[in-house]
Design a protein around this ligand. Structure first.
Ligand code: FPP
Ligand code: MG
Length: 303
């Protein structure tokens, strides 16, 4: 199964799809919590891993719908740091599935290039087995020049860990740096720029399946102004109609959040105009951080 499916729309789906696309605002960034794979597997007397594998196939349909809808960024929760506590059989099964899918991704990179898809894995990648680190780093480097759709796969991710790592990045500057950050440089904008998601705008819409209405330590810093959409359907069973219903809910609810978002965007513009958004020292620090994270990927890819 490819990362982007060849989904065949019926004429009715096509009409509904185009109507929503043309009649209202399309979210720039959607985040998915793909929950319910094991309950799906149990209900069909399948193995758990087969449930996750069907979950991946559904992700490929969803990516196709997002591409066709004109959505520019998708973030999906594939493996939480909490998931390490599951049985070793399930954890290894999920890692094997990820190995298979990232190997497939590297083999079909031309297809991703055609769609301009850039893969970014967000999470504490160092916690994963080395061969998986290598595949992930290679996929990220191989697609880094694509810029039509950003696919962020949260793997070995939790928000608390992401924030902890951001603080660690700030504190682990070398004493030898001539331009070390000062306590007055520490603010929300700096921490935001140290997160795994530092190159992404916050999600406009979050879509969670299986009737759970928790955030489960997913993008907690980033979601304060996002529309939240919950459905009882299990992830492998969602249909294009569930997807379109979430877009409709977003189009209905976004106006309540827009004022707040516009205000913070204006604030950012004012700060940028006053030259205060990032000082030269902070900018310097962030460039070094980006560079060291890229060097880490290069090391992982060549291990
Ligand atoms: C949650 O359902 C799902 C997961 C923990 C794993 C999701 C992973 C995939 C769909 C595969 C993705 C792979 C790549 C490479 C992107 P659950 O296990 O919590 O199910 P339950 O809620 O029914 O117990
Ligand atoms: Mg679950």
């Amino acid at each position: 199964m490819s990362w982007v499916s060849d989904y065949q729309y019926t004429w009715l789906q096509r009409i509904a799809f185009q109507t929503l696309k043309l009649s209202g605002h399309v979210p720039y960034h959607i985040a998915f919590v793909m929950d319910g794979n094991r309950r799906f597997a149990r209900s069909k007397q399948l193995d758990k891993i087969e449930g996750h594998s069907r979950g991946f196939s559904k992700l490929a349909d969803v990516l196709r719908w997002c591409l066709d809808m004109g959505i520019r960024e998708v973030t999906t929760f594939a493996f939480s740091i909490e998931n390490f506590k599951r049985s070793s059989e399930e954890v290894n099964g999920l890692f094997n599935l990820a190995r298979e899918k990232f190997t497939k991704l590297l083999a079909e990179c031309n297809r991703l290039d055609e769609h301009g898809i850039r893969i970014r894995v967000i999470g504490h990648i160092e916690l994963l087995p080395e061969d998986l680190q290598r595949l992930i780093a290679t996929a990220m480097l191989r697609t880094e020049n694509n810029n039509k759709l950003f696919l962020n796969v949260a793997f070995a991710y939790t928000s608390r860990d992401e924030i902890t790592q951001a603080v660690e990045s700030v504190l682990s500057q070398s004493d030898k740096d001539t331009d070390t950050l000062q306590p007055t440089d520490i603010n929300e904008r700096l921490l935001d720029a140290c997160l795994y998601t530092r190159h992404s705008p916050p999600p406009d819409l979050v879509f969670r399946t299986s009737g759970e209405t928790r955030l489960s330590d997913f993008l907690m810093w980033q979601l304060s102004t996002s529309v939240l959409y919950f459905t009882h359907v299990l992830w492998p069973q969602i249909t294009i109609w569930n997807f379109l219903a979430s877009i409709l809910a977003y189009q209905r609810d976004r106006c309540h959040l827009q004022d707040y978002r516009n205000r913070s965007r204006l604030e950012s513009k004012e700060l940028a105009k006053a030259g205060e958004f990032y000082s030269g020292r902070v900018q310097n620090f962030l460039e070094k951080l980006d560079n060291s994270r890229r060097q880490l990927l290069i090391r992982m890819a060549s291990n």
